[in-house]
Design a protein. Structure first.
Length: 384
């Protein structure tokens, strides 16, 4: 029997949180039963595209969602579903903008329509140091997301979320009982702390005998890199041997300029998109994550699996603290306070946290089976 083909809808398959999570599930799915295909919204080739094809997935592309040309986009969606009647399950990861895909799917008789929330955009949180975040363009996008989420609820018949806050944001607190939570699960064994790997990577990155502060996240306003650089400047006052390692894609140029202006450029490494994140985490000593808003970031599960002490903003859901390694701090606190907390945390023994990741239900093995069963169950119900 041919596998059930599930259409995953995202923007581009680069190393973002939702994309990494979907790939973790895809790799661990029984692909003789469930196969993923991808409908993407960028012409660029993503870092996961080749792997998707090797795993048996198809990739289709539409243009970006453009509010100035929304009618043409909706027509292209309708044409896509008319030409691809093989799909009975559409799994959309565009947050509130999933409304357009889900509406077209419903109009074309697709029985299983899933809206999946990966974020919690509760507040605009305008950052005066970011032109993007303080621009009218950003505010318009924020308001659009909060408007279209009501349509996403309307056209989806299954609600999924990475955590409680993300579920409340997209579906509303009154609908929380209808939400199925899909953990941002990882292959925890890949991240387990290994001192030999740590030493090797400290040498490779030229950070041996230094205090290594780390962060993994794309260069987007929500990740709050400006604040992170301010924290790091305060850390340098307390420990001149400190270095900052930044892993992530996107436009890093403004942060490189800022680091240079702050005279930090010789102590900050911008590593870009990497396929060895698990090993780089081994070389870090303290992980800082000052996001303004999040769903339930997979990178913090990975950092915990690597046994890292973490300082995260209280804009991150505390439900992800499954190891006791996460320390939450308010962004209202001055960077100096974050720096002092970092220095206070730096001396500790890294331990193997795999059992805590598994018992917290964030290891990919059981979670992949759960999502697989979710798809099969709902296809069966539709057939009855």
């Amino acid at each position: 029997m041919a596998p059930i083909r599930v259409l995953q809808v995202l923007t581009i398959m680069n190393r973002g949180g939702a994309e990494t999570m979907i790939m973790n599930y895809y790799r661990n799915m029984d692909r003789t039963k469930i196969q993923f295909d991808f409908l993407l919204h960028r012409p660029d080739v993503g870092v996961f595209d080749e792997e998707i094809k090797n795993l048996g997935g198809n990739i289709y592309r539409l243009s970006n969602i453009n509010f100035a040309n929304l009618q043409a986009y909706q027509k292209s969606l309708d044409a896509f579903f008319k030409n691809h009647t093989e799909y009975k399950i559409v799994h959309a990861h565009l947050n509130a903008l999933s409304v357009f895909v889900l509406k077209a799917a419903k109009n074309n008789g697709i029985p299983v329509r899933i809206a999946h929330s990966h974020t919690s955009l509760y507040h605009i949180n305008i950052n005066p140091f970011s032109k993007k975040r303080s621009s009218m363009n950003f505010i318009v996008k924020f308001l659009a997301q909060n408007y279209f989420k009501f349509g996403a609820r309307k056209y989806a018949n299954h609600f999924l979320a990475c955590g409680k806050q993300a579920g409340i944001w997209l579906f509303g607190e009154n609908n929380l009982s209808k939400v199925t939570f899909i953990n941002n699960a990882i292959a925890s064994s890949n991240f387990t702390y290994n001192q030999s790997i740590a030493n090797d990577y400290k040498k490779k990155l030229n950070v041996k005998n230094k205090l290594v502060i780390g962060h993994v996240g794309n260069f987007v306003p929500e990740k709050n890199h400006t604040f992170l650089l301010k924290v790091f400047k305060e850390i340098k006052k307390l420990n001149m041997e400190a270095v900052l390692i930044l892993v992530g894609g996107g436009n890093k140029t403004p942060m490189e300029v800022q680091a240079k202006n702050m005279k930090l450029n010789n102590s900050v490494q911008f590593l870009g998109v990497r396929d060895d994140v698990a090993q780089i985490l081994q070389a870090m000593d303290v992980f800082i994550f000052p996001s303004t808003n999040e769903g339930l970031p997979v990178t913090l599960i990975e950092a915990q699996a690597a046994g890292l002490k973490i300082i995260a903003s209280n804009g991150v859901s505390n439900e992800l603290n499954i190891t006791g390694l996460v320390n939450f701090e308010s962004l209202k606190q001055k960077p100096k306070r974050w720096a002092e907390l970092t220095i206070a945390l730096k001396n500790y023994n890294r331990t193997n946290t795999k059992n805590l990741i598994v018992s917290g239900n964030y290891d990919i093995g059981n979670n992949a089976i759960m999502l697989q069963d979710f798809y099969k169950k709902n296809i069966t119900l539709c057939a009855e």
